[in-house]
Design a protein around this ligand. Structure first.
Ligand SMILES: *Cc1c(COP(=O)(O)O)cnc(C)c1O
Length: 488
């Protein structure tokens, strides 16, 4: 997401080029040199009274640097014939941004639950508290209290992952890309991994299966066609160089129509009869049956193992709803090998992540998975969402009475996100907002640049506030952000 470096509206001020022809004749168009000369000197800029508010808040050196960079950018813009807008407005906006945290909370009104650009899953309060406690205290991260000796950082989550998936063993790393990488590096090394051409996908954010395989030092053996790969294709490709068959969840990419792919159980049987391992990158990886989420069609990690996968990898912050983590689960003898790979040290998780993951997994263990925000949002019913849209509409009506907006409750399609169920929209509700004079685009931009930032959907000339990803506790902040946006 890019945030404009110019304050809203600043660029709209008419520059010299904006003058009418008659005006230009009367007053002579300022030349490039005139415009350059009109810029203040560095000294004058630095001593301008309008910067006083920042002098105690910002380091003097940084203040100087920001002034210099702003001047440079305005000179460069003038040189290329652009209108950089008002220098002081721009400088003050830059200084204000310097004082504001860059990574900060925002309100997600898009209805996309696992929104990759907006940080995927939100932790439960309980998991966030565990991360906070781990962050601000010494912990049992690598200390075994019973033995009074060094312990394993993975131990905190391993037994939980095993309990919840039926796996014999588990390790976690920084993310699923890392999980796939360390699995390939350990179990295939320089030998071959067979992958169907229908699964050689790019997940986004430059995670490309062929690149990861190459980076692990493994030889990629592509087989089949984009739409159809048969068991016999796998069968013919296996040689004494083959280490693994890799099965990859196609994430948000679907091949539909004339397609075929062998069942997982068939692949497992083939792999094991030829002394090859079956590894699956499951991507999102849910721990509970999709039917409980009113979804269908994606297997759980448990099911993948039961059908014969030797190793399954998945993300912690997609459908699982925990922190960013990559889980590697499966047969103990392979997980134990992965655990000892030197890459593990480079990919290991920190104490805050492990604390949040342990707490999230314990929520599942208690059977309380609806308390995991991601799953609570996914399972919210249209009726609930409609009632919440009504409640938001009422709040807005009393807070924004004469503001020129019209609101209307509308059915919308929400999405799971994170590459899972790309073809299964979640039926939801939004509050659609129109304004007497402002366009949807203008309101959207003001909301995005406001405090807190609010990211909305849009349809025709309405902005859409999807209730699925909006929490009730965010209503007041949303309403004041909207109020501010309408006043701009
Ligand atoms: C999301 C995804 C990844 C990458 O996982 P990260 O946790 O973002 O590293 C890898 N493979 C598949 C199939 C995915 O969906």
């Amino acid at each position: 997401m890019t945030i404009s470096t110019r304050q809203p509206g600043a660029g709209a001020q008419p520059g010299p080029e904006g003058s009418t022809a008659a005006h230009a004749q009367a007053t002579r168009q300022p030349t490039l040199q005139d415009r350059m000369r009109a810029l203040p000197s560095m000294d004058r800029l630095l001593n301008d009274g309008r910067l006083d508010a920042y002098r105690t808040l910002i380091d003097r050196d940084l203040l100087k640097k920001t002034c210099a960079a702003t001047l440079d950018d305005h000179r460069a813009a003038i040189r290329t014939g652009d209108d950089p807008g008002d220098l002081m407005t721009d400088l003050l906006a830059r200084l204000a941004r310097r004082l504001q945290p860059s990574l900060r909370p925002l309100i997600n009104c898009t209805g996309v639950v696992v929104h990759t650009n907006l940080g995927r899953s939100c932790l439960s309060e309980e998991a966030a508290q565990a991360a906070y406690d781990a962050a601000t205290n010494y912990t049992t991260l690598e200390y075994n209290l019973q033995e009074g000796a060094r312990g394993q950082r993975n131990a905190h989550v391993e037994w939980l992952l095993c309990q919840l998936t039926g796996a014999e063993a588990a390790v976690v790393v920084n993310n699923n890309a890392g999980a796939v990488l360390v699995t390939l590096a350990t179990l295939a090394g320089e030998r071959e991994a067979i992958v169907s051409r229908g699964e050689l996908v790019e997940i986004g954010g430059s995670f490309r299966i062929p690149d990861i395989i190459t980076f692990a030092g493994t030889q990629l053996r592509e087989i089949g066609c984009t739409n159809r790969t048969h068991l016999s294709d796998y069968e013919r490709a296996i040689t004494d160089q083959t280490a693994i068959i890799l099965k990859v969840h196609p994430s948000n990419y679907r091949i539909v129509g004339f397609t075929t792919h062998p069942e997982r159980a068939e692949l497992a049987q083939l792999a094991h009869s030829r002394g090859v391992l079956l590894v699956e990158d499951l991507g999102s990886g849910t721990l509970i049956p999709p039917e409980d989420l009113n979804l269908s069609g994606e297997p759980t990690a448990t099911q993948c193992l039961a059908e014969g996968d030797d190793i399954v990898t998945f993300s912690g912050d997609k459908l699982l709803g925990g922190p960013q983590i990559g889980a590697v689960i499966g047969a103990k003898k392979y997980v134990d090998k992965i655990r000892k790979h030197p890459l593990m040290r480079a990919l290991r998780c920190d104490k805050m992540t492990l604390a949040a993951m342990e707490t999230t997994l314990r929520t599942y263990l208690r059977g309380d998975w609806k308390k995991v925000p991601t799953l609570g949002m996914i399972t919210a019913t249209p009726e609930e969402l409609r009632a919440r849209a009504q409640s938001l509409q009422n709040h807005m009506a009393s807070a924004l009475g004469e503001s020129g907006i019209t609101t209307e409750i509308q059915p919308v399609d929400d999405a799971v996100g994170g590459g899972a169920y790309p073809e299964t929209p979640l039926p939801g509700y939004a509050l659609a907002i129109t304004h007497r004079t402002k366009t949807a685009g203008q309101i959207q931009e003001q909301l995005r640049l406001g405090t807190p930032p609010v990211i909305t959907g849009a349809r025709h000339d309405q902005i859409l506030i999807h209730l699925r990803t909006l929490r009730d506790r965010e209503f007041p902040a949303l309403i004041s952000a909207l109020k501010a946006a309408l006043q701009e």
